[in-house]
Design a binder for this molecule. Structure first.
Ligand code: ZN
Length: 148
């Protein structure tokens, strides 16, 4: 099912800290699957559960434009490079809004995959940026909240 994306930046669900996923059950798996479909349908790079009205720590990101989306549950940034870059970002929740955002260029990340297996990833460039953008959503932060 393709889900509807919350595009009102004052919607409380976009502004609150999302809860940890306690158990990766059938409901969570269905949500993840629907989010992957929704991301694809909207031609986006990443999507966080609060954007579809679920205040849960679950994100999906495209590792590369023509690759299948990854699902990351309870993602945590363990390390971030000192080197930062500033690139203009957009957001499916803020249509027609683009803002330059400064972020570390590389991150080390831990999460769970959809099968409850721990994942550790070292990522850089656009994927590192997308993951940080989606984790911001889990903390109730939008690109309009980042300091310029
Ligand atoms: Zn966004």
């Amino acid at each position: 099912m393709i889900l509807s994306i919350k595009t009102d930046q004052n919607n409380p669900i976009l502004r609150q800290k999302a809860k940890e996923v306690k158990e990766i059950n059938a409901e969570i798996k269905q949500l993840a699957l629907d989010m992957v479909k929704t991301l694809k349908a909207n031609n986006g790079l990443g999507l966080a559960a609060p954007q579809v009205g679920q205040s849960l720590r679950l994100i999906t990101v495209k590792p590369e434009p023509d690759k299948e989306a990854l699902v990351l549950i309870n993602p945590r940034i363990k390390k971030a490079s000192r080197k930062k870059t500033i690139i203009e970002e957009g957001c499916l929740s803020l249509p027609n809004t683009f803002r330059p955002v400064e972020r570390p260029e590389k991150i080390t990340l831990e999460a769970l995959d959809i099968n409850n297996h721990p994942v550790k990833m070292k990522v850089k460039g656009l994927l590192a940026r997308t993951i940080q953008h989606e984790i911001d959503h889990l903390d109730g932060l939008l690109i309009v909240d980042k300091k310029q």
